[in-house]
Design a protein around this ligand. Structure first.
Ligand code: C2O
Length: 535
């Protein structure tokens, strides 16, 4: 194992897109930011220095940070932000994981421009469990706003209005020629006929689940969220914010120029967003004057495609990479996932949109929850997050305003070390049903079940896949439906869980688990680093 050192300078940079230039917050002046390369087993030392006027923290999305929540990054959950002019070193080991993950700012909406891929290669000499590609490329899907993204966030937070949507989707920071003035902002990937390529696809968009496809070419999905899966071939993928997907593509079609394209999946849109980001798959020696063709993307509301696609995701579950699905469950949790409206005297129309789990809208604390837990600082959070909703009702029936009210609180759920947890996330129709990609920090989990309508505890568990369910760190809760996940709580710490649609996180769709220490020192939270940012 090696030590990989990186210097991340958070700096403002003038970037032009869509006929306009504006200053954005970046890492090292790059958009997207630099790819972090490591090998399984390496130690990574990331020094982050903040030269911008914003407070910053950076999350290494999908890295488990075993016993080491200090390096996890979500602001006010595991650390206070790195203030302007200060530095913090994220020091962590990449243990037992290999594949594509990503990093992003974890404060306000700054991840709009502060994000990049993480590529973890298998240990030296260990091949992939699929045909070896001749080359690899990262494709980071994102969004671009004309407006200052922090102003867009305030619109949702302080004015109580739904924030504006982005002006473009992007592939590796570039929208592609379907957008005005964007011919020159088009990512192109050159391929040689007959070769196989590994695409490491990341969805870094703030608020959109995306379909992605390549004209004329199928893709073979081989890995999701840095876990190998049973390979299957598809003409398109669905990828939610937070998720990563590795696909193999063979350049064996008529040499030409083909569009790769990404466009939102929206089965319950408040406002339809059908902006299509494009990039080009360019066969070597084909003149750039050839006009590329667009792929067939599923329609924005194609839930049939989504069901089929998600149904094909299975853990590889080989002797080398077994799926260790917890079979006996110590803690059964059931959380409703809701959007709602609360009174807001200071907001423009007297109300504001909220989001809640078990009707609790999460309130961000003023100091890091991990510090509060580790140093036993009282009064920062409660440990009374309910294991199930206080009222049962027809979650996905007609909108039920009686259940709209939420309570505010910084309430966490305590889990004894090493216990096995099953969590059912149930979308509701309180205000409007919508799909929610949920991310759990500190763990991967197994997605053992998924369904439309209300979860039925007497029937649905019998249908769970406990053999080779997909293992991931971010999973979609379907519109008007539920998802069941299982994990073993073997990583002590305070771990954030939230919807990865930034607008919903802002409205309060988040909570955290306190996983207690085990008995031995090897089962306890590591001491905090000396340079942990003060609050
Ligand atoms: Cu990728 Cu808490 O986030």
């Amino acid at each position: 194992a090696a030590i990989k050192k990186y210097q991340f300078d958070v700096v403002m940079k003038n970037v032009s897109r869509l006929c306009d230039a504006k200053p954005i917050v970046t890492v090292n002046g790059m958009f997207p930011g630099p790819t972090v390369y490591a090998r399984e087993g390496d130690r990574v030392i990331m020094n982050v220095t903040n030269y911008a006027q914003y407070n910053i923290s950076i999350h290494w999305h999908g890295l488990k940070q075993f016993r080491n929540g200090w390096a996890d990054g979500p602001a006010y959950i595991t650390q206070c932000p790195i203030q302007s002019g200060r530095s913090y070193t994220y020091d962590f080991n990449v243990t037992g994981q290999r594949g594509t993950l990503w990093w992003h700012a974890h404060i306000l909406w700054l991840r709009a421009t502060i994000h990049g891929a993480i590529v973890i290669m298998p240990k030296e000499g260990v091949p992939y469990p699929f045909p070896q590609p001749q080359a690899e490329t990262e494709l980071v899907l994102g969004e671009w706003w004309h407006a200052d993204v922090e102003e867009v966030e305030k619109q949702g937070n302080m004015l109580g209005l739904p924030p504006n949507m982005s002006d473009a989707h992007t592939i590796n920071g570039k929208p592609g020629p379907l957008f005005p003035c964007s011919e020159k902002h088009t990512f192109a990937m050159e391929v040689e006929w007959g070769k196989t390529y590994l695409l490491r696809i990341v969805n870094a968009a703030l608020n959109d689940e995306l379909f992605f496809a390549i004209a004329g070419h199928n893709m073979t999905v081989v890995e999701i969220d840095a876990v190998y899966c049973k390979p299957f071939t598809t003409n398109g993928i669905l990828i939610a914010p937070g998720q990563t997907t590795n696909v193999l593509v063979k350049a064996d079609k008529i040499p030409g120029r083909y569009f790769m394209a990404a466009r939102p999946f929206m089965d319950a849109p408040i406002a339809v967003d059908n902006k299509t980001a494009t990039a080009i798959l360019q066969y070597k020696c084909v003149p750039t004057t050839v006009i590329p063709i667009l792929p067939q993307l599923p329609a924005p509301n194609d839930t049939k495609f989504v069901d089929d696609f998600l149904g094909k995701l299975r853990s590889l579950n080989s002797p080398q990479f077994p799926a260790k699905v917890p079979l006996n469950i110590d803690r059964h949790l059931f959380y409703t996932v809701s959007l709602g409206i609360d009174p807001c005297p200071t907001c423009l129309n007297g109300t504001r949109l909220t989001a809640s789990l078990n009707n609790i809208t999460f309130v961000m604390p003023q100091i890091g929850l991990l510090q509060a837990h580790y140093f036993n600082i009282k009064g920062v959070f409660g440990l009374d997050f309910p294991d199930k909703p206080l009222n049962t009702f027809n979650y996905t029936g007609a909108p039920l305003t009686a259940n709209l009210g939420t309570s505010l609180g910084t309430r966490l759920s305590r889990i004894p070390y090493n216990s096995t947890v099953e969590l059912v996330l149930q979308d509701t129709n309180l205000l409007a049903a919508e799909s929610h990609p949920f991310h759990l920090h500190g763990y991967n989990f197994f997605v053992v079940g998924r369904g439309i309508g209300n979860f039925d505890p007497t029937k649905d568990p019998a249908k769970f896949n406990l053999v080779d369910p997909p293992e991931r760190n971010t999973v979609g809760v379907p519109t008007g439906g539920w998802t069941a996940i299982r994990f073993r709580a073997d990583n002590p710490g305070v771990w954030f869980m939230h919807c990865h649609l930034e607008v919903h996180t802002t409205w309060g769709l988040k909570m955290a688990f306190v996983v207690e220490n085990g008995n031995g020192p090897e089962e306890s939270i590591l001491p905090p680093p000396k340079d942990l940012p003060p609050c």
